[in-house]
Design a binder for this molecule. Structure first.
Ligand code: KIV
Ligand code: ZN
Length: 512
Protein backbone atom coordinates (compact mmCIF):
# COMPACT_ATOMS: atom_id res chain seq x y z
CA UNK A 1 0.00 0.00 0.00
CA UNK A 2 1.37 3.48 -0.84
CA UNK A 3 1.91 5.81 2.10
CA UNK A 4 0.33 9.23 2.04
CA UNK A 5 2.82 12.08 2.44
CA UNK A 6 1.22 15.19 3.90
CA UNK A 7 2.27 18.56 2.53
CA UNK A 8 2.53 21.30 5.16
CA UNK A 9 3.03 24.63 3.44
CA UNK A 10 4.89 27.34 5.34
CA UNK A 11 5.15 29.95 2.58
CA UNK A 12 3.14 32.38 4.71
CA UNK A 13 5.30 31.86 7.80
CA UNK A 14 8.87 30.72 7.12
CA UNK A 15 8.62 31.90 3.50
CA UNK A 16 7.47 35.31 4.59
CA UNK A 17 10.50 35.58 6.93
CA UNK A 18 12.69 35.85 3.84
CA UNK A 19 14.25 39.33 3.53
CA UNK A 20 11.97 41.55 1.50
CA UNK A 21 9.14 39.06 1.20
CA UNK A 22 6.74 40.69 3.63
CA UNK A 23 3.17 40.40 2.43
CA UNK A 24 0.14 42.36 3.53
CA UNK A 25 -2.93 40.53 4.92
CA UNK A 26 -4.87 40.70 1.66
CA UNK A 27 -1.95 39.22 -0.25
CA UNK A 28 -1.58 36.47 2.35
CA UNK A 29 -5.26 35.61 2.04
CA UNK A 30 -4.97 35.38 -1.75
CA UNK A 31 -2.01 33.00 -1.43
CA UNK A 32 -3.87 30.96 1.21
CA UNK A 33 -6.79 30.59 -1.23
CA UNK A 34 -4.40 29.30 -3.85
CA UNK A 35 -2.88 26.88 -1.30
CA UNK A 36 -6.38 25.53 -0.65
CA UNK A 37 -6.81 25.02 -4.43
CA UNK A 38 -3.53 23.11 -4.40
CA UNK A 39 -5.17 20.93 -1.74
CA UNK A 40 -2.31 21.17 0.74
CA UNK A 41 -2.83 19.29 3.98
CA UNK A 42 -1.80 22.18 6.24
CA UNK A 43 -1.16 25.91 5.91
CA UNK A 44 1.15 27.54 8.41
CA UNK A 45 -0.53 30.92 8.16
CA UNK A 46 1.92 32.89 10.28
CA UNK A 47 3.37 33.59 13.69
CA UNK A 48 0.38 35.06 15.51
CA UNK A 49 2.28 36.79 18.30
CA UNK A 50 4.74 38.51 15.93
CA UNK A 51 2.54 41.61 15.55
CA UNK A 52 -1.12 42.63 15.55
CA UNK A 53 -0.97 42.46 11.74
CA UNK A 54 0.33 38.88 11.79
CA UNK A 55 -2.36 37.91 14.29
CA UNK A 56 -5.15 39.40 12.17
CA UNK A 57 -3.81 37.71 9.10
CA UNK A 58 -3.71 34.23 10.71
CA UNK A 59 -7.20 34.81 12.11
CA UNK A 60 -8.56 35.92 8.75
CA UNK A 61 -7.12 32.82 7.07
CA UNK A 62 -8.53 30.59 9.83
CA UNK A 63 -11.96 32.17 9.36
CA UNK A 64 -12.05 32.10 5.57
CA UNK A 65 -10.00 29.20 4.23
CA UNK A 66 -11.76 25.85 4.26
CA UNK A 67 -10.13 22.46 3.70
CA UNK A 68 -6.56 22.46 5.01
CA UNK A 69 -5.46 22.55 8.65
CA UNK A 70 -4.68 26.16 9.62
CA UNK A 71 -1.68 26.46 11.88
CA UNK A 72 0.17 29.19 13.75
CA UNK A 73 3.71 29.01 15.03
CA UNK A 74 4.38 29.68 18.73
CA UNK A 75 7.49 29.74 20.88
CA UNK A 76 7.34 27.52 23.96
CA UNK A 77 5.79 30.35 25.97
CA UNK A 78 2.26 30.58 27.34
CA UNK A 79 1.55 33.99 25.81
CA UNK A 80 2.66 32.80 22.34
CA UNK A 81 0.57 29.65 22.54
CA UNK A 82 -2.50 31.52 23.76
CA UNK A 83 -2.14 34.06 20.95
CA UNK A 84 -1.73 31.27 18.39
CA UNK A 85 -4.91 29.63 19.67
CA UNK A 86 -6.85 32.91 19.65
CA UNK A 87 -6.01 33.22 15.95
CA UNK A 88 -6.46 29.64 14.69
CA UNK A 89 -9.52 28.68 16.75
CA UNK A 90 -11.80 29.96 13.97
CA UNK A 91 -10.69 27.17 11.66
CA UNK A 92 -12.53 23.84 11.49
CA UNK A 93 -9.07 22.27 11.67
CA UNK A 94 -6.86 24.40 13.93
CA UNK A 95 -3.27 23.49 14.85
CA UNK A 96 -0.68 25.05 17.14
CA UNK A 97 2.97 24.51 16.24
CA UNK A 98 5.21 24.88 19.30
CA UNK A 99 8.98 24.97 18.92
CA UNK A 100 11.94 24.95 21.28
CA UNK A 101 15.59 24.44 20.38
CA UNK A 102 17.36 21.26 21.47
CA UNK A 103 20.87 21.64 20.05
CA UNK A 104 23.71 22.40 22.49
CA UNK A 105 24.58 25.67 20.74
CA UNK A 106 20.99 26.96 20.71
CA UNK A 107 20.27 25.90 24.29
CA UNK A 108 23.47 27.42 25.64
CA UNK A 109 23.92 30.55 23.54
CA UNK A 110 20.41 31.50 22.45
CA UNK A 111 18.07 30.19 25.11
CA UNK A 112 20.56 30.13 28.02
CA UNK A 113 18.73 27.11 29.34
CA UNK A 114 19.99 23.77 30.61
CA UNK A 115 18.87 20.62 28.76
CA UNK A 116 16.74 19.70 31.82
CA UNK A 117 14.97 23.05 31.67
CA UNK A 118 14.38 22.66 27.93
CA UNK A 119 12.85 19.21 28.46
CA UNK A 120 10.60 20.47 31.27
CA UNK A 121 9.49 23.56 29.34
CA UNK A 122 8.78 21.57 26.17
CA UNK A 123 6.53 19.16 28.06
CA UNK A 124 4.70 21.91 29.99
CA UNK A 125 4.10 24.01 26.91
CA UNK A 126 2.90 21.09 24.79
CA UNK A 127 0.48 20.21 27.61
CA UNK A 128 -0.73 23.81 27.69
CA UNK A 129 -1.17 23.87 23.89
CA UNK A 130 -3.10 20.58 24.06
CA UNK A 131 -5.40 22.04 26.72
CA UNK A 132 -6.47 24.64 24.13
CA UNK A 133 -6.23 22.96 20.76
CA UNK A 134 -6.99 19.40 19.62
CA UNK A 135 -4.03 19.28 17.23
CA UNK A 136 -0.50 20.15 18.40
CA UNK A 137 2.78 19.91 16.52
CA UNK A 138 6.16 20.18 18.23
CA UNK A 139 9.51 21.09 16.65
CA UNK A 140 12.83 20.54 18.41
CA UNK A 141 14.53 23.43 16.65
CA UNK A 142 17.98 22.68 15.19
CA UNK A 143 17.29 18.94 15.52
CA UNK A 144 19.91 18.34 12.83
CA UNK A 145 22.64 19.46 15.25
CA UNK A 146 21.08 18.08 18.46
CA UNK A 147 22.55 15.23 20.55
CA UNK A 148 20.55 12.19 19.37
CA UNK A 149 19.92 10.75 22.85
CA UNK A 150 18.61 14.08 24.17
CA UNK A 151 16.51 14.55 21.04
CA UNK A 152 14.86 11.12 21.48
CA UNK A 153 14.12 11.96 25.12
CA UNK A 154 12.45 15.28 24.26
CA UNK A 155 10.45 13.76 21.41
CA UNK A 156 9.21 10.87 23.59
CA UNK A 157 8.24 13.26 26.38
CA UNK A 158 6.30 15.71 24.19
CA UNK A 159 4.43 12.82 22.58
CA UNK A 160 3.46 11.65 26.08
CA UNK A 161 2.37 15.26 26.72
CA UNK A 162 0.00 15.10 23.72
CA UNK A 163 1.84 16.22 20.54
CA UNK A 164 0.54 14.29 17.53
CA UNK A 165 3.05 15.61 15.00
CA UNK A 166 6.80 15.81 15.57
CA UNK A 167 8.51 18.06 13.11
CA UNK A 168 12.26 17.53 12.76
CA UNK A 169 13.93 20.70 11.50
CA UNK A 170 17.32 21.00 9.89
CA UNK A 171 17.18 24.65 10.89
CA UNK A 172 20.51 25.71 9.45
CA UNK A 173 20.61 23.38 6.43
CA UNK A 174 23.68 21.61 7.78
CA UNK A 175 22.95 17.93 7.30
CA UNK A 176 23.44 15.76 4.22
CA UNK A 177 20.70 13.49 2.84
CA UNK A 178 22.44 10.38 4.26
CA UNK A 179 22.66 11.85 7.75
CA UNK A 180 19.19 13.32 7.73
CA UNK A 181 17.58 10.10 6.47
CA UNK A 182 19.46 8.20 9.18
CA UNK A 183 18.29 10.68 11.83
CA UNK A 184 14.64 10.08 10.89
CA UNK A 185 15.14 6.31 10.85
CA UNK A 186 16.77 6.49 14.30
CA UNK A 187 13.97 8.64 15.76
CA UNK A 188 11.38 6.12 14.59
CA UNK A 189 13.49 3.26 15.97
CA UNK A 190 14.53 4.78 19.31
CA UNK A 191 11.35 6.60 20.35
CA UNK A 192 8.78 3.85 20.96
CA UNK A 193 5.95 6.38 21.40
CA UNK A 194 6.22 7.33 17.68
CA UNK A 195 5.03 3.89 16.62
CA UNK A 196 2.81 3.21 19.63
CA UNK A 197 0.82 6.44 19.18
CA UNK A 198 1.01 6.54 15.38
CA UNK A 199 2.62 9.98 15.50
CA UNK A 200 3.31 11.85 12.26
CA UNK A 201 7.01 12.44 11.68
CA UNK A 202 7.44 15.65 9.75
CA UNK A 203 10.56 17.29 8.33
CA UNK A 204 11.49 20.93 7.78
CA UNK A 205 14.72 21.47 5.84
CA UNK A 206 16.58 24.67 5.06
CA UNK A 207 18.56 25.12 1.90
CA UNK A 208 21.86 26.63 3.04
CA UNK A 209 23.86 24.00 1.15
CA UNK A 210 21.25 23.51 -1.57
CA UNK A 211 20.18 20.19 -0.01
CA UNK A 212 16.74 21.01 1.39
CA UNK A 213 14.74 19.04 -1.19
CA UNK A 214 17.19 16.12 -1.16
CA UNK A 215 17.15 16.01 2.66
CA UNK A 216 13.34 16.10 2.77
CA UNK A 217 13.11 13.25 0.28
CA UNK A 218 15.73 11.19 2.13
CA UNK A 219 13.55 11.65 5.22
CA UNK A 220 10.47 10.43 3.33
CA UNK A 221 12.41 7.30 2.29
CA UNK A 222 13.31 6.80 5.95
CA UNK A 223 9.69 6.99 7.14
CA UNK A 224 8.68 10.67 7.46
CA UNK A 225 5.09 11.27 6.38
CA UNK A 226 4.87 15.07 6.40
CA UNK A 227 7.09 17.53 4.54
CA UNK A 228 7.19 21.24 5.35
CA UNK A 229 8.00 23.37 2.35
CA UNK A 230 7.43 26.72 0.64
CA UNK A 231 6.46 27.78 -2.86
CA UNK A 232 9.51 28.69 -4.95
CA UNK A 233 11.58 27.53 -1.95
CA UNK A 234 11.48 31.00 -0.35
CA UNK A 235 12.33 31.38 3.34
CA UNK A 236 14.99 32.32 5.86
CA UNK A 237 18.44 32.83 4.26
CA UNK A 238 18.73 30.38 1.33
CA UNK A 239 15.14 29.31 1.87
CA UNK A 240 13.21 26.14 2.62
CA UNK A 241 12.60 22.91 0.73
CA UNK A 242 10.75 23.89 -2.39
CA UNK A 243 7.10 22.81 -2.55
CA UNK A 244 7.13 22.22 -6.30
CA UNK A 245 10.34 20.17 -6.21
CA UNK A 246 9.21 17.95 -3.35
CA UNK A 247 5.73 17.41 -4.77
CA UNK A 248 6.78 16.81 -8.37
CA UNK A 249 9.57 14.44 -7.32
CA UNK A 250 7.15 12.41 -5.21
CA UNK A 251 4.69 12.38 -8.08
CA UNK A 252 7.14 11.71 -10.92
CA UNK A 253 9.07 9.06 -8.92
CA UNK A 254 6.12 7.48 -7.18
CA UNK A 255 7.59 4.14 -8.22
CA UNK A 256 10.72 4.84 -6.16
CA UNK A 257 9.12 6.35 -3.07
CA UNK A 258 6.02 4.12 -2.98
CA UNK A 259 4.25 7.17 -1.61
CA UNK A 260 1.55 9.52 -2.75
CA UNK A 261 0.69 13.20 -2.32
CA UNK A 262 -2.84 14.54 -2.68
CA UNK A 263 -1.77 17.79 -4.33
CA UNK A 264 -3.61 19.24 -7.29
CA UNK A 265 -0.37 19.80 -9.21
CA UNK A 266 -2.14 21.70 -12.00
CA UNK A 267 -2.32 24.67 -9.63
CA UNK A 268 1.47 24.75 -9.05
CA UNK A 269 2.46 27.14 -11.81
CA UNK A 270 -0.21 29.69 -10.85
CA UNK A 271 0.82 29.45 -7.21
CA UNK A 272 4.47 29.97 -8.07
CA UNK A 273 3.69 33.02 -10.24
CA UNK A 274 1.44 34.46 -7.56
CA UNK A 275 4.07 34.15 -4.83
CA UNK A 276 6.78 35.62 -7.05
CA UNK A 277 4.54 38.43 -8.13
CA UNK A 278 3.28 39.39 -4.68
CA UNK A 279 6.62 39.07 -2.89
CA UNK A 280 8.73 40.59 -5.68
CA UNK A 281 11.10 37.60 -5.39
CA UNK A 282 11.95 36.67 -8.95
CA UNK A 283 12.14 32.96 -9.84
CA UNK A 284 15.46 32.12 -11.49
CA UNK A 285 14.97 30.96 -15.11
CA UNK A 286 16.61 27.58 -14.50
CA UNK A 287 14.63 26.87 -11.29
CA UNK A 288 13.44 23.26 -11.24
CA UNK A 289 9.77 22.75 -12.19
CA UNK A 290 8.63 26.41 -12.30
CA UNK A 291 11.54 28.33 -13.87
CA UNK A 292 10.98 29.93 -17.29
CA UNK A 293 13.37 27.42 -18.85
CA UNK A 294 12.10 24.33 -17.04
CA UNK A 295 10.25 23.11 -20.14
CA UNK A 296 12.18 25.00 -22.83
CA UNK A 297 14.27 22.96 -25.22
CA UNK A 298 16.97 24.96 -26.95
CA UNK A 299 19.37 22.44 -28.49
CA UNK A 300 18.22 21.31 -31.96
CA UNK A 301 18.75 17.67 -31.12
CA UNK A 302 16.56 18.02 -28.01
CA UNK A 303 13.84 19.82 -29.96
CA UNK A 304 13.81 17.11 -32.63
CA UNK A 305 13.63 14.44 -29.93
CA UNK A 306 10.74 16.12 -28.08
CA UNK A 307 8.80 16.57 -31.32
CA UNK A 308 9.13 12.86 -32.07
CA UNK A 309 8.45 11.63 -28.55
CA UNK A 310 8.02 14.05 -25.68
CA UNK A 311 9.49 11.61 -23.15
CA UNK A 312 12.92 11.74 -24.81
CA UNK A 313 13.76 14.90 -22.87
CA UNK A 314 10.70 15.65 -20.71
CA UNK A 315 10.06 13.71 -17.50
CA UNK A 316 7.01 15.81 -16.56
CA UNK A 317 4.35 17.34 -18.78
CA UNK A 318 4.05 21.14 -18.60
CA UNK A 319 0.29 20.70 -18.21
CA UNK A 320 0.88 18.63 -15.03
CA UNK A 321 1.89 21.84 -13.26
CA UNK A 322 -0.80 23.87 -15.06
CA UNK A 323 1.49 25.41 -17.64
CA UNK A 324 -0.80 25.76 -20.62
CA UNK A 325 -0.57 28.10 -23.52
CA UNK A 326 -3.14 30.82 -23.23
CA UNK A 327 -4.88 31.27 -26.56
CA UNK A 328 -7.19 34.01 -25.32
CA UNK A 329 -5.90 37.46 -26.24
CA UNK A 330 -7.18 40.38 -24.22
CA UNK A 331 -7.26 43.82 -25.79
CA UNK A 332 -9.17 47.09 -25.66
CA UNK A 333 -12.42 45.47 -26.76
CA UNK A 334 -12.34 42.87 -23.99
CA UNK A 335 -15.01 43.26 -21.37
CA UNK A 336 -14.99 43.08 -17.63
CA UNK A 337 -16.18 39.47 -17.64
CA UNK A 338 -13.30 38.31 -19.87
CA UNK A 339 -10.77 40.10 -17.67
CA UNK A 340 -12.33 38.67 -14.49
CA UNK A 341 -12.28 35.16 -15.98
CA UNK A 342 -8.63 35.45 -17.02
CA UNK A 343 -7.68 36.76 -13.58
CA UNK A 344 -9.52 33.83 -12.05
CA UNK A 345 -7.64 31.42 -14.31
CA UNK A 346 -4.43 33.02 -13.04
CA UNK A 347 -5.58 32.30 -9.49
CA UNK A 348 -6.84 35.77 -8.51
CA UNK A 349 -10.37 35.67 -7.13
CA UNK A 350 -10.83 39.42 -6.71
CA UNK A 351 -13.69 41.01 -4.83
CA UNK A 352 -15.84 43.62 -6.60
CA UNK A 353 -13.80 46.63 -5.47
CA UNK A 354 -10.48 45.08 -6.44
CA UNK A 355 -11.84 43.85 -9.75
CA UNK A 356 -13.00 47.39 -10.49
CA UNK A 357 -9.48 48.72 -9.81
CA UNK A 358 -7.88 46.00 -11.94
CA UNK A 359 -10.34 46.48 -14.80
CA UNK A 360 -9.85 50.26 -14.91
CA UNK A 361 -6.10 49.77 -15.05
CA UNK A 362 -6.51 47.09 -17.72
CA UNK A 363 -8.53 49.53 -19.87
CA UNK A 364 -5.86 52.19 -19.49
CA UNK A 365 -3.17 49.74 -20.54
CA UNK A 366 -5.19 48.24 -23.40
CA UNK A 367 -5.58 51.74 -24.85
CA UNK A 368 -1.81 51.93 -25.23
CA UNK A 369 -0.93 48.31 -25.89
CA UNK A 370 -2.49 46.03 -28.51
CA UNK A 371 -2.44 42.81 -26.53
CA UNK A 372 -2.56 42.51 -22.77
CA UNK A 373 -1.01 39.22 -21.62
CA UNK A 374 -1.00 37.22 -18.41
CA UNK A 375 2.18 38.86 -17.12
CA UNK A 376 0.61 42.29 -17.71
CA UNK A 377 -2.41 41.25 -15.67
CA UNK A 378 -0.19 39.94 -12.88
CA UNK A 379 1.66 43.26 -12.84
CA UNK A 380 -1.67 45.10 -12.58
CA UNK A 381 -2.67 42.98 -9.60
CA UNK A 382 0.58 43.56 -7.70
CA UNK A 383 0.76 47.27 -8.60
CA UNK A 384 -2.81 48.38 -8.25
CA UNK A 385 -4.71 45.89 -6.16
CA UNK A 386 -2.60 44.61 -3.27
CA UNK A 387 -1.09 47.85 -2.12
CA UNK A 388 -0.80 49.28 1.34
CA UNK A 389 -2.69 52.54 2.01
CA UNK A 390 -0.73 55.27 0.21
CA UNK A 391 0.79 58.01 2.37
CA UNK A 392 2.04 59.75 -0.77
CA UNK A 393 0.41 59.57 -4.20
CA UNK A 394 2.26 60.14 -7.44
CA UNK A 395 0.92 63.25 -9.19
CA UNK A 396 3.50 63.86 -11.90
CA UNK A 397 7.06 63.24 -12.97
CA UNK A 398 8.90 65.29 -15.59
CA UNK A 399 12.40 64.48 -16.67
CA UNK A 400 15.10 66.44 -18.47
CA UNK A 401 17.91 64.24 -19.70
CA UNK A 402 20.06 63.67 -22.78
CA UNK A 403 23.59 63.83 -24.19
CA UNK A 404 24.19 67.46 -23.22
CA UNK A 405 21.61 67.87 -20.48
CA UNK A 406 22.22 67.38 -16.78
CA UNK A 407 19.57 64.87 -15.67
CA UNK A 408 16.91 66.51 -13.50
CA UNK A 409 13.52 65.39 -12.24
CA UNK A 410 10.53 67.52 -11.31
CA UNK A 411 8.40 65.35 -9.02
CA UNK A 412 4.96 66.16 -7.60
CA UNK A 413 3.51 64.03 -4.81
CA UNK A 414 0.16 64.42 -3.11
CA UNK A 415 0.32 64.37 0.69
CA UNK A 416 -2.75 64.87 2.88
CA UNK A 417 -4.54 66.74 0.11
CA UNK A 418 -1.63 69.06 -0.72
CA UNK A 419 0.76 68.82 -3.67
CA UNK A 420 4.45 68.87 -2.76
CA UNK A 421 6.86 69.56 -5.56
CA UNK A 422 10.65 69.58 -5.99
CA UNK A 423 13.12 69.82 -8.85
CA UNK A 424 16.28 67.78 -8.25
CA UNK A 425 19.38 66.90 -10.30
CA UNK A 426 20.98 63.45 -10.28
CA UNK A 427 23.61 61.34 -11.97
CA UNK A 428 20.86 59.92 -14.15
CA UNK A 429 17.08 60.37 -14.47
CA UNK A 430 16.24 57.50 -12.10
CA UNK A 431 18.69 58.80 -9.50
CA UNK A 432 17.13 62.26 -9.84
CA UNK A 433 13.61 60.87 -9.27
CA UNK A 434 14.71 58.91 -6.21
CA UNK A 435 16.48 61.92 -4.73
CA UNK A 436 13.40 64.06 -5.34
CA UNK A 437 11.15 61.55 -3.59
CA UNK A 438 13.50 61.30 -0.65
CA UNK A 439 13.48 65.07 -0.35
CA UNK A 440 9.68 65.31 -0.34
CA UNK A 441 9.00 62.35 1.95
CA UNK A 442 11.92 62.86 4.33
CA UNK A 443 12.64 59.15 4.04
CA UNK A 444 16.23 58.24 3.18
CA UNK A 445 16.45 54.47 2.98
CA UNK A 446 19.33 52.56 1.45
CA UNK A 447 18.51 51.41 -2.09
CA UNK A 448 19.46 47.74 -1.96
CA UNK A 449 18.31 46.57 -5.34
CA UNK A 450 16.83 47.94 -8.54
CA UNK A 451 15.76 45.57 -11.31
CA UNK A 452 14.03 46.30 -14.53
CA UNK A 453 12.62 43.78 -16.95
CA UNK A 454 10.29 43.74 -19.91
CA UNK A 455 7.05 42.01 -19.01
CA UNK A 456 6.49 40.72 -22.54
CA UNK A 457 8.39 40.96 -25.82
CA UNK A 458 8.13 43.79 -28.37
CA UNK A 459 8.79 47.51 -28.20
CA UNK A 460 5.34 48.14 -26.72
CA UNK A 461 6.16 45.88 -23.76
CA UNK A 462 5.57 47.18 -20.27
CA UNK A 463 8.70 47.63 -18.21
CA UNK A 464 8.44 46.25 -14.70
CA UNK A 465 10.66 47.73 -12.04
CA UNK A 466 11.21 46.15 -8.63
CA UNK A 467 13.10 48.04 -5.96
CA UNK A 468 14.19 46.98 -2.51
CA UNK A 469 14.92 49.64 0.05
CA UNK A 470 16.25 49.12 3.55
CA UNK A 471 15.69 50.94 6.82
CA UNK A 472 16.75 49.64 10.25
CA UNK A 473 17.59 46.23 8.82
CA UNK A 474 14.16 45.73 7.25
CA UNK A 475 13.64 45.50 3.54
CA UNK A 476 10.63 46.95 1.73
CA UNK A 477 9.72 46.02 -1.81
CA UNK A 478 7.99 48.18 -4.38
CA UNK A 479 6.83 47.30 -7.89
CA UNK A 480 5.94 49.57 -10.74
CA UNK A 481 4.87 48.67 -14.26
CA UNK A 482 4.43 51.07 -17.14
CA UNK A 483 5.22 51.34 -20.83
CA UNK A 484 7.48 54.22 -19.78
CA UNK A 485 10.37 52.82 -17.72
CA UNK A 486 10.94 56.16 -15.98
CA UNK A 487 7.34 56.09 -14.75
CA UNK A 488 7.72 52.42 -13.77
CA UNK A 489 10.80 53.37 -11.71
CA UNK A 490 9.00 56.27 -10.03
CA UNK A 491 6.00 54.07 -9.17
CA UNK A 492 8.21 51.31 -7.79
CA UNK A 493 10.21 53.63 -5.55
CA UNK A 494 7.13 55.37 -4.21
CA UNK A 495 5.39 52.02 -3.58
CA UNK A 496 8.40 50.91 -1.49
CA UNK A 497 8.42 54.21 0.44
CA UNK A 498 4.68 53.87 1.14
CA UNK A 499 5.29 50.34 2.44
CA UNK A 500 8.05 51.62 4.69
CA UNK A 501 5.86 54.42 6.05
CA UNK A 502 2.97 52.02 6.56
CA UNK A 503 5.24 49.61 8.46
CA UNK A 504 6.38 52.43 10.75
CA UNK A 505 2.83 52.77 12.02
CA UNK A 506 1.99 49.04 11.80
CA UNK A 507 5.24 47.45 12.96
CA UNK A 508 6.00 43.77 12.81
CA UNK A 509 7.80 43.68 16.10
CA UNK A 510 9.04 40.17 16.34
CA UNK A 511 10.58 37.81 13.85
CA UNK A 512 11.70 34.32 14.71
O1 KIV B 1 13.79 26.27 10.76
C1 KIV B 1 13.21 26.00 11.82
O2 KIV B 1 13.73 25.35 12.73
C2 KIV B 1 11.86 26.51 11.98
C3 KIV B 1 11.09 25.99 13.16
C4 KIV B 1 10.37 27.06 13.86
C5 KIV B 1 10.21 24.86 12.71
O3 KIV B 1 11.38 27.27 11.18
ZN1 ZN C 1 12.51 27.14 9.26
Amino acid sequence: MTRKIKIFDTTLRDGEQCPGASLNPEEKLEIARQLAKLNVDAIEAGFAIASPGDFESVKQIAEQIKGPIICSLARAKKEDIQRAWDAVKYSAKPRIHVFLATSPIHMEKKLRMTPEAVLKTAVEMVKFACSLCPDVEFSPEDAGRSEPEFLYKVIGAVIDAGAQTINVPDTVGYTTPWEFGQLIENIIKHVPQVRAKNVTISVHCHNDLGLATANSLAAVRAGATQVECTLNGIGERAGNASFEEVVMTLKTRRDFFAAQVDINTREIYKASRMVSNLTGLVVQPNKAVVGANAFAHEAGIHQAGVLRARETYEIMRPEDIGLTENKLVLGKHSGRHAVAERLKALGYDLNEANLEKAFNKFKELADKKKEVGDRDLEAIVSDEVYVVPETYTLEAVEIASGTHTKPTARVKLLYQGKVKEVNVAGVGPVDAIYSAMQKITGVAPELVDFTIQAITGGTDAQGEVTVRIKENGRIYVGHGASMDIIMASAKAFLAAINRLLYARTNPTTLRQ
